[in-house]
Write a protein that binds this ligand. Structure first.
Ligand code: F55
Length: 832
């Protein structure tokens, strides 16, 4: 293309930069050319949206160039690659990210300015690509960024949902869900690849045949066939050298097939129950941490897993033909939780039924190919599918699962002869009233590596979730602590802090986050403290304006900005935060001179639409906010803000402005958390429990630079087994009792005194399963300490700097390095 023929070698910058670069005038021309030729409009007519599209198209020209080179290089080198199977990729916006990763952001900004367009303002035109619920989906997005940055051959496989996670509106304090339509006006980043369409089967029955030698052969006669259309999203690594692909499957009906069935008449009734092909990729299930158990969900999982496997096998066969012996050398598949675990029996089916390999050879290939990441210990999140349902949708897979289990049970019996209790526990089939397939057990049995996502979590996976598996397969269970990409979560979202850091210690931190530790030397330096806190102050000012724009609430940028952003869940304990806010409110009412630094509590959270108590907590936050913000007796010191529709692009505005990071889950429940890392990286101080990656953050920053409170995992277990009674705390802490009772009055919900009763109920009669009451007092103490610390400006600045300085461990580059060295065994492949 013309822009590459005008390529210039970039003089400055890291040796990591790609040589194809544009200067400001090239960039202007590329945007204008795309405005004319791609958008069919011109400078005078173009609105913000058209400018965004033209700019994206200009970027996409560069992206394509590197994509081609990358794919050619990977093909010629016949590289081993990781295939990251994930039902969710929470990408957010891509234009700014791609500019940053091509190191073109400043060039683009200047070019657009000359065209009369403000880049930062224009970026708001891009809808978030919200094809995920929360941490798990965002982790996948950070991982594919790091994989491309570190030049590892990798492909992400997922679902091309028409509607991503719902858009949240707040009406009269309550959450309303609205459909998300991220592609309504076209997505400039995706490319449809009709040449790589796949077809997959569903329903039907299995025929058992015998050949001349009496050998058994299974033939699946499907009841319907679905077409998978791949959409590729290029993933630009930092430095712009490697551009990998995220391949997302869209479902389509395969008309000719379904017509036959339709004409057969007798099958019409059976067909009626079947899921319509197009609905498979229609919508992302909005549940995090609760498994929906719906037929359509299982079909989604099989649909994308089977399409992806076929895609991998097609590519493998192009080089190796029918020689399966090198498959596991070339292909490693990482299962992002159990959502794609049905890929295990699917690969067995292909190898045994289609390639006609022996079971043992097939099983060896399979178990050398798959690795599985566990993201939760919560029982309600562990996927189980009714045997009956799998039998209906995937009859041959059910047989294969039974065969896998049969052989596995023999292994268990060899290890623990005659021990039926262990067998019942480890069996892939749960022999309950309604028989279930346990996808976690299937994943452990079918993988060569299983990892948790933070040290404590992985220890609990070994000791609590899968202890017998750990005995049976020593070394299979391991840890890879999560990480986040510093490109999006510092460089792009916090340009002022990035510039300050780079000025102080150079720009190497972007690719080597451990370098941030060089800032430690300046943590006590008054000048640097002032510079650091000035950036924070500017970011707070910007967020204050955003808050006003989004909610009308006016907040004081000098107040402590205290932020809790994450999905709404009881175990994450937003209601613990709320009870403490009520306690502060009450103290201020009882003593107008109550001494506290002004503080703004800011929340962002979506509740799963069917999770009633989570929705009540959102409602509670909003009604309490409304009361406090309009109470002139306290609102100089206390404000509460619930920002609607929390999502990646909103997180990017909130995180740089945070003074305090709330990470207050019940110990043992949050597998890792990743928001904790993003906030600390941007200089927020954590108030948190010893849970998930908080523990490792505390180790890195040191106990002076974090506010730890609450029960530990062991203490939680002891408290529960001693017969935890929340009333003991309720009656012994006057303030706690008063705040809980307050929620159940009509003070916050005039005319509707019991609107929040279910919240009180869950904390008392409900048994308080997440020990909110047990941790309340210590949480209040930690908050007091935090308040005091903030008043010492220099002390706080030092803490904030050290938090940024000590986050090196939590780059997703390090996570990927761990996966590569310990699990995937990949070589990087430099793309020239
Ligand atoms: C989505 C769908 C289902 Cl069916 C179940 C869970 C989810 C989901 O979104 N889980 C999730 O986000 N888990 C989180 O994963 C993060 C990345 O590993 C962890 O940091 C976090 O602790 C964990 O809750």
């Amino acid at each position: 293309t013309s822009n590459t023929s005008k390529a210039k070698t970039k003089g400055q910058g890291a040796a990591t930069s790609v040589s194809i670069q544009l200067d400001k005038d090239d960039f202007k021309q590329a945007v204008i050319r795309n405005l004319h030729r791609t958008l069919g409009t011109d400078e005078n007519k173009a609105n913000k949206h058209a400018w965004w599209k033209a700019t994206s198209a200009a970027m996409q020209e560069l992206v394509f160039e590197r994509l081609r080179t990358t794919q050619k290089t990977h093909y010629l080198n016949d590289t081993r690659a990781v295939h990251y199977f994930s039902a969710e990729f929470l990408m957010g916006r891509l234009l700014s990210n791609n500019m940053h990763n091509f190191e073109l952001f400043d060039t683009a900004k200047r070019a657009l300015k000359e065209l009369g367009v403000d880049l930062v303002d224009m970026l708001e035109e891009e809808p978030d690509m919200a094809l995920g619920n929360g941490g798990l989906g965002r982790l996948a997005a950070c991982f594919i960024d790091s994989l491309a940055t570190m030049e590892f051959p990798a492909i992400g496989y997922g679902i091309h949902y028409e509607h991503g996670l719902f858009r949240q509106e707040i009406r009269n304090g309550a959450q309303i869900e609205r459909p998300d339509s991220w592609r309504d006006y076209g997505n400039p980043w995706e490319i449809c690849r009709p040449e790589s369409i796949q077809q997959i089967s569903l329903y039907g029955y299995v025929e058992t045949k015998y050949d001349e030698d009496g050998k058994i052969h299974k033939e699946w006669h499907p009841g319907s066939i679905v077409t998978g259309v791949p959409w590729d999203i290029p993933i630009v690594g930092y430095g712009g050298k490697t551009v990998n692909v995220l391949r997302l499957w869209q479902s389509q009906s395969s008309e000719y097939f379904n017509w036959d069935v339709f004409n057969a008449g007798g099958y019409v009734d059976a067909q009626r129950e079947n899921v319509e092909s197009e609905t498979i990729s229609k919508v992302l299930y909005p549940n995090d941490e609760t498994e929906a158990g719906k037929e359509l969900r299982l079909i989604q999982q099989y649909f994308f897993s089977a399409c992806s496997l076929k895609d991998i096998i097609r590519r493998y066969k192009r080089v190796h033909g029918d020689d399966w012996s090198r498959f596991a050398e070339q292909v490693v598949i990482q299962l992002n939780d159990t959502h794609p675990a049905i890929a295990i029996p699917e690969l067995m089916r292909i190898l045994v039924d289609r390639a006609e390999l022996s079971w043992n050879v097939a099983w060896e290939i399979c178990t050398q190919t798959f690795a599985y990441t566990n993201h939760t210990l919560l029982p309600e999140a562990l996927e189980k599918w009714p045997v009956r349902m799998i039998g209906k949708i995937l009859p041959r897979h059910l047989e294969i699962i039974y065969e896998i289990n049969h052989r596995f049970m023999a292994e268990v019996d060899a290890k623990w002869p005659g021990n039926n209790e262990i067998k019942a526990k480890l069996s892939i089939i749960e022999e309950s009233n309604e028989k279930m397939v346990r996808m976690g057990n299937l994943s452990v049995v079918g993988s060569f590596a299983v990892n948790g996502v933070a040290e404590i979590h992985s220890a609990l996976v070994k000791s609590q979730l899968f202890p017998e598996f750990n005995e049976l397969y020593p070394g299979k269970l391991t840890n890879v602590t999560n990480g986040i990409t510093p490109r999006r979560w510092l460089k792009a979202c916090n340009p002022s802090l990035s510039a300050l850091i780079t000025k102080k210690i150079g720009g190497d931190w972007i690719l080597n986050l451990d370098k941030l530790d060089d800032l430690s030397a300046f943590a006590s330096n008054k000048t640097f403290q002032n510079q650091f806190m000035k950036v924070k102050q500017q970011n707070k000012l910007a967020l204050a304006e955003e808050i006003k724009k989004l909610t009308g609430i006016i907040v004081d940028p000098k107040a402590i900005f205290d932020i809790q952003i994450k999905r709404l869940h009881e175990y994450k304990r937003q209601h613990l935060n709320l009870l403490h806010i009520l306690a502060l409110y009450r103290r201020l009412l009882q003593d107008p001179d109550y001494d506290m630094h002004p503080r703004v509590f800011i929340f962002g959270a979506k509740a799963a639409p069917g999770y009633a108590l989570a929705k009540t907590i959102i409602y509670a936050i909003n009604v309490v906010a409304d009361k406090i913000n309009n109470d002139s007796r306290v609102n100089e010191k206390l404000k509460v803000v619930f920002l609607p529709n929390y999502r990646v692009s909103l997180a990017e505005k909130m995180i740089p402005a945070a003074d305090v990071s709330q990470q207050i889950s019940t110990a043992g429940k949050e597998a890792s958390g990743t928001g904790n890392m993003k906030l600390a990286l941007n200089g927020a101080i954590t108030i948190g429990t010893l849970d998930g990656a908080n523990i490792e953050i505390a180790e890195e920053v040191g106990e002076d630079n974090i506010f730890i409170f609450g029960l530990t995992v062991d203490e939680v277990n002891e408290t529960l087994s001693a017969g935890y009674n929340p009333y003991d705390y309720y009656y012994s802490n006057e303030e706690l009792k008063a705040t809980i009772d307050w929620l159940d009055s009509d003070y916050f919900t005039p005319g509707n005194p019991h609107a929040l009763s279910s919240l009180k109920h869950s904390l008392l009669e409900g048994g308080d399963p997440y020990l909110v009451l047990a941790d309340f007092e210590d949480y209040c103490k930690a908050n007091l300490a935090l308040d005091l610390a903030y008043r010492d400006k220099s002390k706080w600045a030092k803490m904030a700097i050290l938090n940024t300085a000590k986050m090196g461990k939590f780059t997703s580059d390090r996570s990927i390095k761990d996966y590569v060295e310990r699990i995937w065994k990949l070589d990087s492949c430099q793309v020239k």
